[in-house]
Design a protein around this ligand. Structure first.
Ligand SMILES: [Zn+2]
Length: 273
């Protein structure tokens, strides 16, 4: 079933005054419609020309962009709408998109769209030149991708924001919202993760967290040597998983830091054995 979706609208030409109808794209699936992705790239996706006189009209409309290859879902709200209206539109379009994706292909990233402030920002995000996502959205996405308790705790160790009460309260509110919006499985998955976040991290992750928070490579070496007896042997695997996750989110600098730390931990483990 086609995932991209357009809605017909009626317009009156500002130049010649004649009425006409046009389809406005509200959901674009990158895999399906490279032609529409090109129109997003040149910011003409919501520009329609009068069929009578050719005058271009910019139509204000929301747009949800789905790229399954990049595992991204991005929402660009309609101009001049309140946050509540935009959230409602994002939910409706998101539900519509998910309803057209076979159950077996529904991935956790579909639960949270990255919200951009304009079509211009959307263009930049898709071109890979955008500013980073806000910290909590980024942490939330990593959290939903993590499948085991260890990985979830590992995400908490690398996303400090998840240790704050404010973030946990926001995630609780999001769980409630997901339940109200009839996404019981996603709500349950997130609720379980939030519960884990409220528990104390495992000793291995406390150590990884301390290492990541070290102010300098020298300090890191000191911590590693002082606390060598706390190493469980699981740390390199956890660090590799974190590095891969960072890479998927295009956080290459963080991924490379994590791999450096992984090498240091491996060396320490060899020395200790
Ligand atoms: Zn016209």
């Amino acid at each position: 079933m086609e995932r991209s979706f357009a809605q017909p609208i009626d317009l009156t030409c500002v130049a010649c005054g004649q009425p006409f109808s046009s389809d406005i794209w509200l959901i674009v699936d990158a895999e399906e419609r490279s032609d529409l992705m090109a129109r997003i790239a040149d910011e003409s996706i919501h520009v329609v020309n009068c069929p009578h006189c050719g005058t271009p009209h910019l139509v204000e409309a929301p747009l949800l962009v789905h790229d399954s290859a990049a595992q991204t879902l991005i929402f660009s709200p309609q101009e001049h709408r309140t946050t509540a209206e935009s959230q409602e539109a994002a939910q409706q379009l998101g539900q519509f998109l998910i309803s057209r994706i076979p159950v077996a292909e529904r991935q956790p990233y579909l639960a949270t769209a990255q919200v951009v402030s304009s079509k211009e920002e959307l263009r930049r995000v898709l071109a890979g030149t955008a500013v980073e996502e806000d910290e909590l959205s980024l942490a939330l996405r990593a959290l939903m991708e993590a499948q085991s308790a260890d990985n979830i705790r590992a995400v908490a160790a690398t996303h400090a924001i998840l240790g704050t009460q404010d973030a946990l309260d926001q995630l609780d509110a999001y769980v409630t919202q997901l339940r109200q919006d009839h996404h019981p499985e996603t709500a349950e998955a997130l609720a379980q993760r939030v519960k884990l976040l409220r528990e104390r991290p495992s000793p291995a992750l406390q150590l990884i967290q301390a290492l990541l928070e070290a102010a300098s490579p020298e300090e890191r070496q000191h911590i590693l040597q002082d606390r060598a007896q706390e190493l469980t042997g699981n740390e390199p695997a956890v660090l590799e998983a974190l590095a891969e996750q960072a890479q998927r989110q295009q956080l290459d600098a963080i991924a490379s830091d994590l791999r450096v730390l992984r090498t240091e931990v491996l060396r320490q483990l060899e020395q200790s054995s």
